[in-house]
Design a protein around this ligand. Structure first.
Ligand code: OGA
Ligand code: NI
Length: 349
């Protein structure tokens, strides 16, 4: 067996075989959104989404309205980009000023991920706080990096991101309805949204038993809309007992998951699940998540409508933008301490 650089080695309790029980009869739900065209079925779809958000924090959707050919085009162009020599790719490398573009050294929970990524802001430029200091109200603009090759890269990714955003907002309406809230409850939160599209490439790995494509984590966003290819490897931890389940690739489906913001807004009714990516020795894998993120000034705290004397808020609020800038510092290098987590905002009980 080839040696693996120790920076990639996961602690034994986080490796791909830990708490994974193969051949479980249960599956993460796959919901057909074309059923929304049938008036008599709309309410069922809404409650199935609500149940999935509560039980798993994950589901897949089919007939979701993101055109197949747009997805095929983006899959093709990103592969052309990642196949370029490293000298080309690092021309659009992420830096401390603009934390987007190409990157091959991300750390999740301080262990290096076996992957390379390319991030693209949905809004270019995007507005973010200029510092992590809560008293400092300064803002700055951050800009996308644009690879010169392939020439359609930027346009194709942006087109795909527009469709993914539309779907994310549609799902957000259905989620609001499932909570008994007005459909537009969350609309104001996205005026200066900090959403971004990420392209993940997981190269074949000599030791998938020790390394992970992405270590166990929760997404910090509102909801994620992820296109995965046919290779497979994404796993989710079941809310009730922490057992890991595979998210099986379903042709043309998109994987949806609840992020920390939604978990906090719903005061833990909806679940932001831990997930991870297992790699393999022979095949590269691609996935393209769209992370729906609020504007920098949105306060992430349990919604008033969803708390009561019997169900008091479980989190103190935080400003989304400040959380993002604090979090982003840690993507570059291994830190001595764990980076900021939503549990830091939990109310002591
Ligand atoms: C992520 C992630 C899963 C995948 O990028 O946050 O969880 O299947 N990706 O690549
Ligand atoms: Ni994730």
């Amino acid at each position: 067996m080839e040696d693996l650089d120790p920076v990639y080695i996961q602690a034994p309790e986080h490796r791909s075989d830990s708490n994974f029980i193969p051949n479980q009869p249960e599956e993460i739900p796959v919901i057909d959104l074309s059923r929304l065209d049938d008036h008599d079925d709309v309410q069922n779809v809404i409650s199935e989404i609500g149940d999935a958000c509560e039980k798993w924090g994950f589901f897949q959707v089919i007939n979701h309205g993101v055109p197949c050919d747009t997805r095929k085009r983006v899959e093709k162009t990103v592969k052309t980009f990642f196949d370029l020599p490293m000298e080309e790719k690092i021309k659009v490398k992420r830096d401390e000023v603009n934390p987007v573009g190409y990157h091959d050294g991300e750390h999740t929970k301080n262990v290096r991920d076996w992957k390379e990524v390319f991030d693209i802001y949905f809004k270019d430029p995007m507005v973010i706080p200029s510092s992590t200091d809560p008293e400092d109200e300064g803002l700055r603009l951050v800009y996308n990096k644009r690879p010169q090759f392939p020439s359609d890269f930027r346009e194709t990714c942006e087109e795909y991101a527009r469709h993914a955003e539309k779907l994310a907002l549609k799902l957000l309406e259905l989620i609001s309805l499932s909570l008994g809230l007005p459909k537009e409850r969350f609309h104001n939160y996205f005026k200066e949204q900090m959403s971004f599209l990420r392209i993940n490439r997981y190269p074949p790995c000599p030791r998938p038993d020790l390394a992970l494509g992405v270590g166990h984590h929760k997404d910090a966003d509102v909801i994620s809309v992820l296109a995965q290819d046919e290779v497979g490897g994404l796993q989710v931890s079941r809310r009730s007992d922490g057992v890991w389940f595979p998210i099986r690739p379903v042709p043309n489906a998109l994987v949806i998951n609840i992020g920390n913001c939604m978990e906090i807004w719903t005061n833990d009714k909806y679940w932001s699940a831990e997930h991870r990516v297992v790699v393999n020795t022979t095949r590269e894998r691609y996935s393209i998540p769209f992370f729906l993120l609020p504007s920098h000034d949105v306060e992430v705290k349990p919604l008033e409508e969803l708390v009561s004397l019997e169900n008091p808020p479980r989190y103190k609020g935080y400003k989304w933008g400040k959380f993002y800038v604090s979090r982003n510092r840690s993507d570059f290098r291994k830190l001595e301490t764990e980076n900021i987590q939503i549990d830091d905002f939990k109310v002591a009980t």
